[in-house]
Structure formats: C-alpha cells, structure tokens
Ligand binder design. Structure first.
Ligand SMILES: O=C(O)CCC(=O)C(=O)O
Ligand SMILES: [Fe+2]
Length: 299
C-alpha cells in the first residue's frame, strides 16, 4: 500500500475505529432461499431436491390425516417417558437428541427410548415410517442405501417428539442451525460427515396452537466463522435477534397434519405461540448424505 494512503487521516481513523470493523464482520451474509409450499402428499422427488440444495424449505399442508395426528398427540401427552429437556433448550420430549451428547451417550439413550418412540406411533399407518420407507425405495433404485445411524452402542430411532416451551420473548425455540451440532459431533459419530452436505431437517406436526408457532427461516447459512463470531461454534444455538435483524426471513404457518422439510444449515426458529391452549407437538429427525452411496438418518 502506498505511503500516501497509509498516512491519510480518514483511513487512519477508520482502521482505529473498532466498532466499524466489528459491524462489518458481523453483518450476516444473505443466501437466497427457495421455498415450496403446497397441499397434498410429499414426494420423494421433492425430498431429493432438498438433499441436493435446490429447495431450502418445503412445506406440505394436510400431508397426513387429522386422526393420525390426534392419536400421535395423545400418545405424546400420555407418554410415561415425557421429560423436560435439561440441555439448555427449553422444551419437553420423548426420544433422544444427539445435541451436546457424545456418540456413546446418544446411542445408549436411543436404545432406552426406543420402546417409547415406538409407542408414539404404535400400529398406526404413520407419516414418519411411510416417508422413510418411500425414500429408502427411491434411493435404493439409485444405488444408494438409506439407514438409521448406528454405532457399537446402538442405533438411532426414526424420530423424536418435541414440544418447545421457550418463553417470554419472540420465540418458543430460539433461532439456530442444525449443522453446528453435526459438524462438532466428533468422529465417533458416523453422521458427522453429513455436515459437509445438506443436513435435511424433517418435521411432522401432529398438534398446533391456534396462533403462532410458525417455523421461521432466515436467508442466512452461517459459516464456522459466523458461528465463532456469535459464540455458538459447537451448538449453532441461539443466534440473537440483533444478529438476524437485517436478514430477510420467511414464515411457514403450520397446521396439524403438515410436514416441513428444510435445509437445516439455514438459521431457523419457532415463533411464540398463543391461542386455543392446544400445544405445539412435532416429530423431528435429520438425514443427509454421509457418502455418495449412503444416506444416514438420526435424531
Ligand atoms: O419445531 C420446529 O418447527 C422446528 C424444530 C427444529 O428446528 C429442531 O428440532 O431443530
Ligand atoms: Fe432446528
């Protein structure tokens, strides 16, 4: 750089001006999001589009019956395994979450929870197993295996059930991404490789409140540097409202019986709920390519 520029008073001020530098480095980059919303049954072609990164957010309305939705909700509410989360994310759950767990702990928790997860779905013709089986057939036809993640300690379950209870502010589940927890899961997890591809986050909604509880998706896919700057490097949770202030977002207005499938690398959260006293219950799982010939599924 020429000396004359280095000596420029305004530039000297600029370089010294910490707040300006911080603001520049903190302004989140916008990534375009492609949304598809429609009524009906989810197709394997659309699921593949999410895996390939062509669709960022897919919302299928009335994707499964209200009767099945009500049965799953009743099974969740009455489950003897219904517990409060104790990992810093306010909510109740049945099943296992790999979030902030090492592989041995997660797979052991999955084994313990299996009868209770199965009891949520019982002998229903349910949307979770139907989607898994349809995707497995489609991928098999393409020479790709789909299976539950596993280790010597056990195997993942097909889903976990959740009801968020974060309160007070704008969100019942704070803005986050689902990739940090996969990227930092560690080598003991066979699905940590998926972090370098699309981590698809699949949500089924058996019960929704009268108002709110929207799934909000921001046009921002954080990098490792972004997460570091926000102090959420290993968790991807939570991003502050201040950080996301300038980022465009889209809301999915969900109803019982809907399915939402998103690229979990984009920041998302759940808006506060209100209304008729019905609780917001979802079944959730993650899947993605660990290798070109292997798609893994976990919770
Ligand atoms: O409740 C939702 O709609 C989203 C859930 C979610 O983002 C998660 O479990 O990671
Ligand atoms: Fe998420």
């Amino acid at each position: 750089m020429p000396n004359s520029i280095m000596a420029s008073p305004s530039l000297t001020t600029h370089y010294r001006s910490k707040p300006v530098t911080n603001q520049l480095s903190q302004a989140p980059a916008t990534s375009a999001i492609a949304i598809r919303e429609r009524t009906g049954s989810i197709s394997t072609a659309e699921i593949m589009s999410v895996l390939k990164g062509e669709i960022t957010g897919l919302h299928i309305q009335q994707a499964f019956s209200t009767e099945v939705a009500q049965e799953i909700t009743a099974n969740f509410v009455g489950s003897p395994a219904l517990q409060e989360r104790n990992d810093g994310v306010p909510g109740q759950y049945v099943g296992a979450s790999h979030y902030r767990k090492d592989a041995a702990t997660y797979f052991a928790a999955s084994e313990t929870a299996r009868p209770y997860v199965d009891a949520l779905l019982k002998n229903l013709v349910d949307p979770v197993r139907a989607l898994f089986d349809a995707l497995k057939r489609e991928l098999h036809n393409q020479g790709i295996e789909l299976r539950l993640a596993r280790s010597e300690h056990g195997q993942a379950n097909i889903c976990r059930a959740l009801s968020w209870s974060g309160g007070g502010g704008t969100f019942s589940l704070e803005p986050h991404d689902d990739v940090a927890q996969v990227l930092c899961a560690g080598n003991d997890y066979e699905f940590s490789a998926v972090a370098h591809n699309t981590v698809a986050a699949l949500n089924f909604y058996p019960s929704m409140p009268g108002e709110g509880g929207n799934l909000r998706l921001w046009s921002h896919k954080p990098t490792v540097a972004d997460r570091k700057s926000q102090g959420v490097e290993t968790t991807g949770y939570p991003y502050s409202e201040a950080y996301l202030q300038t980022v465009p977002c889209r809301d999915f207005q969900l109803k019982a019986g809907d399915i939402a499938l998103i690229d979990g690398g984009f920041v998302h959260g759940v808006t506060k709920q209100s209304g008729n006293g019905k609780r917001r219950v979802l079944l959730n799982c993650f899947f993605g390519f660990a290798r070109p010939d292997l798609v893994l599924w976990w919770t």
